[in-house]
Design a protein. Structure first.
Length: 396
């Protein structure tokens, strides 16, 4: 049996990580429109598709984690266990993840990778090296040769010793172990407070192998790092596309219109097979256009009874998932509603907030405008509404 099918991955996400600034821990901060931890889990799943993934989170972060999970592909979601509650220190949190696996999995894995939630750029090649190294040595960590000279100093800042640089390595994650080996080492190190799992294996008397890490496998710790990570990711999204969408629905009897997922009181409703949200339909088509992936009618045929009366947020969420499945992001959405009534201005920000919730995009990537057609044509005669949208999508 290949080791991949017997592999667990523990994602350590219990830290408060507020050194990066912002109002949420760094692992939940947005990186190109998706939480950092969602990028990390997706990258881990892509690299080791058969592995089950266990995230250890802070007890206060359940809602943040649930939101982040909603950004994952169905395949990655299928490999994700329910999150485990972390403890006060990193060591205790990893231990909690290991004990959860030991207790709840019907068969313990042979190998476990332990990875920082704030390292979203872990590559397939690095994961493969980690698994090979775990198989070979039982305990292995990725490391990079250091280019700066390091000094050990005393509490007054005076140099005590200058270690020889050639023998030093800066250590990253994923750290890779035989499952039984690292579980026993953690249990033996119960009262210690060690900062990485290699140290725990060393303390238990195991020889730890250092294999080649990756310079791009950066850890997001400081505010600066988030900007660096965003630049690094944008540099990989150079296929920049524009899609347009257009939609019309007629007015019929009713007491309000659905626009951008918000019901706005009106003397009429819009008539359609779904909820007739003309704005979300135009935006959805714009995104599908940028992907060259058909249109809303192709993916959700009006002939299919399951979409009768459907909330159009389903269509937009599906288009967003198609962008993420390609490893891309929506950089911007811009839409114009064309109608005499109802007045859109008073509802503009409610609509933008609603679209932000459906798409997971920041508000400043969503523009909603409105105009009349000076009483000309079908919109001018108040027979219906039209909407136009443009989506800017970046793909790898
Ligand atoms: Mg429509």
């Amino acid at each position: 049996m290949p080791i991949h099918s017997q592999c667990a991955i523990i994602v350590v996400a219990a830290g408060r990580g507020l050194r990066a600034g912002g109002d949420v821990p760094k692992q939940y901060a947005a990186l190109c429109g998706r939480p950092v931890i969602a990028h990390t889990i997706e990258a881990l799943h892509t690299g080791v598709p058969d592995a089950r993934i266990v995230c250890v989170i802070h007890p206060d972060d359940a809602a943040l984690f649930a939101t982040a999970s909603s950004f994952l592909s169905p395949k990655a979601t299928a490999k994700l266990d329910a999150p485990v509650q972390g403890r006060a220190t990193r060591q205790q949190s990893v231990r909690a993840g290991l004990e959860y696996i030991a207790r709840h999995w019907s068969e313990p894995p042979s190998a476990v990778l332990i990875h920082d939630a704030a390292r979203p750029f872990v590559s397939k090649a690095l994961l493969a090296r980690a698994l090979d190294a775990a198989l070979e040595s039982g305990a292995a960590v990725p490391g990079l040769a250091v280019t700066d000279t390091l000094k050990q100093v005393d509490d007054k800042g005076h140099v005590v010793v200058t270690p020889e640089r050639a023998s030093l390595r800066a250590v990253q994650t994923p750290q890779a172990f035989g499952f039984d080996l690292i579980l026993a080492a953690h249990r033996a190190a119960d009262m210690d407070n060690l900062t990485d799992d290699a140290a725990i294996a060393e303390k238990a008397g195991h020889q730890v192998l250092v294999f080649e890490g990756e310079g791009t496998n950066m850890k997001i710790t400081l505010a600066d790092d988030l900007a660096k990570a965003e630049n690094h990711m944008l540099a990989t999204l150079q296929d920049i596309r524009t899609g347009q969408g257009y939609d019309v629905h007629a007015f019929g009897p009713g007491d309000g219109v659905w626009l951008g997922g918000v019901k706005i009181p009106h003397t009429h409703a819009l008539v359609g097979h779904s909820d007739a949200d003309v704005l979300l339909h135009a935006i959805t088509d714009a995104i599908l256009g940028a992907l060259a992936d058909g249109d809303i009618g192709a993916h959700f045929p009006p002939s299919d009874p399951q979409w009768r009366g459907a909330a159009s947020s389903v269509f937009l969420a599906d288009a967003m998932a198609r962008v993420r499945a390609k490893g891309g992001m929506v950089a911007h959405l811009d839409a114009t509603l064309i109608c005499e009534m109802p007045k859109i201005g008073p509802h503009r920000d409610t609509i933008r907030t609603s679209i932000a919730q459906i798409t997971g995009l920041e508000l400043d990537r969503i523009a909603i405008k409105a105009t009349t057609s000076e009483q000309l044509g079908f919109t001018g005669r108040r027979e219906g509404m039209a909407a136009m949208a443009i989506a800017t999508v970046r793909l790898p």
